[in-house]
Write a protein that binds this ligand. Structure first.
Ligand SMILES: *Cc1c(COP(=O)(O)O)cnc(C)c1O
Length: 371
């Protein structure tokens, strides 16, 4: 007799993360590999986080603070919110999971954009949710169409602002228009993983809209703060939503080094502004080089750029990989003629451009799209 998983599990398309550097070195026999694939911070972790973690290493025999007490105080103070408005997760990915666990029954609907961050769909399908995917327009969320897609069976709407992989954002005006009239029993999940990188004046701070809707705003220490390996993210919402999410959370979901490191990183203003500056300058360089090559890209408010390379699938991600440059193939999104590249350090950006140029100039069957 064979084993049989839950029905929903049979339909899950697993999330394919970007390849780690060590794996690429091993598999391709390369010694010098750079990763520009998972929107990590190439400057390393915040030095203040490292310092805090080193001091704590002797205490990892103990279970962590289940409620993230000190981190909770630190984040609440920084964001000027009440500590009880917060929930912490093993990465902000876990908050997606907790919302679904707490609120979505098999057959309930969730609304997402297409393309967007794939975890919304992966996690929702694990829970047997019915997924309504609303196409983006010109690489931007179509919030009007997403609002129309909301029905009485819709439990959660996922909005990444800014979005991954598009790198675009919804404006204050667009978000306000969307939130107006969303049913009271629909949760709006506003994922602000790249909040710290956005410098546009009409970019909304999700925290300004708490209280009016059933909104949860999530952020992470994985991106601008450079702590992706520690897995710490948090959600801010109203006490009722938090209460149900807390009910389904594992007691020790955020590890102790993660909590300690995040407190350190939160204090590290210098590291944050250094990271933002690197991304700002890196984008400027990459944009100029792509323009000169006649390659189309989507202007980004984040630390990654979506790039269109050829009229049809042409395997650029694989070819860059052979040169030791890991970028994100867009195959999983069904956009095989695109890649997504994380803005790196100056030397990394230069190497990426150099290798890309070589491929484009040498590849007979690759024609850059018309501008
Ligand atoms: C990277 C990312 C996250 C979450 O990352 P965690 O490491 O789990 O905090 C969430 N949403 C989007 C859109 C992302 O790109």
């Amino acid at each position: 007799m064979g084993i049989v998983p839950r029905k929903a599990v049979l339909n899950v398309k697993s999330y394919q993360p970007g390849k780690p550097i060590e794996e690429v070195k091993r598999e391709l026999g390369l010694s010098n590999v750079i990763k520009m694939a998972s929107n990590e911070n190439p400057l390393g972790p915040s030095p203040k986080a490292i310092e805090a973690i080193k001091k704590y290493l002797g205490d990892i025999n103990m279970y962590p603070e289940g409620g993230c007490f000190y981190l909770r105080q630190a984040v609440a103070e920084k964001l000027k919110i009440k500590p009880e408005q917060l929930i912490f997760g093993n990465g902000s990915d876990e908050l997606i999971e907790l919302v679904l666990k707490a609120f979505v029954d098999e057959g309930d609907e969730v609304v997402v954009a297409n393309p967007t961050f794939l975890m919304y769909e992966v996690a929702s399908s694990v829970h047997g949710a019915k997924i309504k995917a609303v196409p983006t327009r010109y690489f931007k969320y179509d919030l009007k169409a997403m609002k129309k897609a909301v029905s009485k069976n819709t439990k959660v709407v996922f909005i990444a602002n800014p979005d991954n992989p598009n790198g675009t954002y919804v404006t204050k005006y667009e978000l306000e228009g969307f939130l107006k009239g969303i049913p009271e029993d629909t949760i709006v999940f506003l994922d602000e993983a790249y909040y710290d990188y956005v410098e546009e004046r009409d970019y909304p701070n999700g925290l300004d809209y708490l209280g009016k809707n059933n909104l949860i705003v999530t952020r992470t220490f994985s991106k601008a703060y450079g702590l992706a390996g520690l897995r710490v993210g948090f959600g801010v919402s109203n006490p009722e939503i938090i209460k149900y999410m807390e009910t389904v959370r594992d007691p020790f979901n955020v590890n102790s080094l993660g909590q300690i490191g995040a407190i350190g990183a939160l204090k590290d203003k210098e590291f944050l502004s250094k990271s933002k500056k690197m991304v700002r300058e890196g984008k400027k360089f990459i944009y100029a080089e792509l323009k000169a090559m006649g390659v189309r890209y989507v202007p980004s408010v984040t630390n990654f750029i979506l790039i269109e390379l050829c009229p049809k699938p042409c395997g650029i991600a694989e070819r860059l990989l052979k040169k030791g440059v890991i970028v994100r193939s867009m195959k999983a999104w069904g956009m095989e003629n695109f890649i997504r590249v994380t803005v790196g350090k100056e030397s990394e950006n230069k190497r990426f451009i150099r290798e890309l140029k070589n491929i484009i100039l040498q590849g007979r069957n690759i024609i850059p799209p018309e501008q």
